[in-house]
Design a protein around this ligand. Structure first.
Ligand code: NAP
Length: 457
């Protein structure tokens, strides 16, 4: 994919970029490796001061950054603003907590014949972050804030359609006071990732993106014996049981599906509703989906903007056509509005059967699949049928059911009576083909550390 800003609301190419030459790429890797040797010796107080000033800059520049994000990938402006605000909060969170999360962990010294024994967290070195466009600030910051606070240095290979956001982030950390090599954007295509991964100066990688990209990065890193964290796709269940607060379940369900124009890994994608409340849920859900305003993401009244790329919109169209062609019913939407840009109508489909692609694959757009089930066993079986396992929702006030969902849903997180969201305070990640490793919380910052055992006799 060419490295370019193409406004998805109009299809217009606004700016193109040349990928880094081999020489320039090499210089950046050299700078990262050299910088690590001094940066790792800085203390938490110094790193926290730089991180706090990065957060302050981001807050001060929120409007400008939000407009850039919306221009590059099409999410409604209000959503871009809140993404920027969330990033600043996460930066402050790690500035405040990194030292505590990475404190030495004392062990039972006498039991191992030592005078002192403990485990110490130490940074690994330059970490490559391969990131997607859908939350072009947040996906980067949730890696970078903990990684830099831990004393690592970051190399960002951002998605090719958000180059200006990538360059903004590169500058942000430098302007905040971090030495130049602590965080660098590499404007490269996905074809150049392998060479960077195999470079001995790069010690680990994190990838947020699709399953094929994750497989590729993990297998290359595996062959180099380098640590990886993978945050991949999802096709999460949103289960509604008879005891649920239906008003809340319906309105939250619509938000959970169409957030970010339907392009969120943790979006609710498959709505699995108990037959006692199915009809009521379906009527209200479809009415709200139909009422959403699709339009220019810069317009404050827009609920759903365009999909980020033409390819993404084509994929959604094909997935719905496949289902409809095999007998699924489209309850609303199901078409591209007649206007420039890569818009797709909020869509609800039902009567889905296992041979349809949408039954098992992730649909990355504002399309909800609606299923009716007779009991909790059927709900769980259907929820767990996909290869993904990222963040499931369950709506029930019955405590026995809540426990069963918490225990039996195959997912990295289960949210009961609320929408799956990421918080700096909670671990985030998946199981099955949704990936491995965790971001955020104390667990996230420890992923790219050497947990060194120290035994003193
Ligand atoms: P994508 O095509 O995998 O792109 C993500 C990043 O990987 C981009 O920087 C891309 O670069 C790069 N890339 C693509 N193929 C690669 C390869 N073979 N080797 C190395 N790098 C490669 O993903 P997307 O379609 O843009 O994003 C949507 C996917 O990301 C969905 O599946 C979504 O669920 C998932 N996602 C997961 C999470 C999570 O936290 N679990 C969060 C957000 C999104 P180019 O742009 O240059 O191709």
């Amino acid at each position: 994919m060419a490295i370019a800003t193409i406004n998805p609301a109009t299809g217009e190419t606004l700016k193109t970029f040349e990928p880094l030459s081999e020489h320039d790429l090499n210089q950046r890797l050299a700078l990262a490796a050299a910088e690590f040797e001094t940066y790792r010796t800085t203390d938490f107080k110094q790193r926290a001061a730089w991180m706090q000033s990065a957060a302050a800059l981001l807050d001060a520049e929120q409007e400008e950054v939000a407009r850039l994000v919306t221009t590059e990938m099409g999410k409604p402006l209000a959503a871009s603003r809140s993404e920027a605000a969330k990033c600043a909060r996460a930066m402050r969170y790690y500035a405040d907590h990194a030292e505590e999360f990475l404190a030495d962990e004392p062990a039972d010294a006498p039991a191992v014949g030592a005078r002192r024994a403990y485990a110490r967290y130490q940074p690994l070195g330059p970490v490559l972050a391969v990131m997607p466009w859908n939350f072009p600030l947040w996906q980067v910051i949730r890696f970078a804030a903990p990684a830099l606070m831990a004393g690592n240095v970051g190399l960002l290979k951002h998605a090719s359609n958000v180059p200006q956001t990538a360059l903004y982030l590169d500058e942000l950390f430098a302007r905040a006071g971090f030495p130049r090599g602590c965080f660098q954007t590499l404007l490269i295509g996905s074809g150049q990732v392998e060479a960077v991964l195999r470079d001995r100066r790069v010690v680990a990688a994190t990838l947020t993106g699709s399953e094929p990209a994750g497989r590729s990065v993990a297998s290359i890193a595996g062959s180099e014996v380098k640590k990886t964290v993978l945050e991949l796709g999802g096709s999460d269940a949103y289960i509604v049981m008879p005891s649920a607060d239906l008003d809340d379940a319906v309105t939250t369900g619509v938000t959970a599906r169409v957030q970010n124009n339907g392009q969120s890994c943790i979006a609710a994608k498959r709505f699995i509703v108990h037959s006692d409340v199915y009809q009521d849920f379906a009527v209200r859900f479809v009415a709200l989906m139909e009422a959403l305003r699709v339009g220019d993401p810069m317009d404050e009244s827009t609920d759903v903007g365009p999909l980020a790329t033409r390819q993404g919109r084509d994929d959604v169209e094909k997935m719905v056509a496949d289902a409809a062609g095999r007998g699924a019913r489209v309850l609303c939407g199901g078409a591209c509005p007649d206007r420039p840009g890569w818009f797709y109508e909020p869509t609800v489909i039902t009567d889905i059967t296992p041979e349809m692609r949408i039954f098992k694959e992730e649909v990355f757009g504002p399309v909800a699949s609606l299923y009716r089930v007779g009991d909790i066993d059927e709900a769980l079986a259907l929820a767990n049928v996909t290869d993904f396992g990222l963040g499931s929702n369950a709506w029930t006030t019955d405590e026995t059911e809540q426990e069963r969902f918490a225990n039996e849903l195959e997912a990295g997180s289960v949210f009961v009576n609320g929408m799956v969201t990421s918080y700096p305070q909670l671990p985030f990640g998946g199981v099955k083909h949704s990936g491995y490793g965790r971001e955020l919380s104390a667990h996230g910052i420890r992923e790219f550390c050497n947990l060194k055992t120290v035994w003193v006799g």
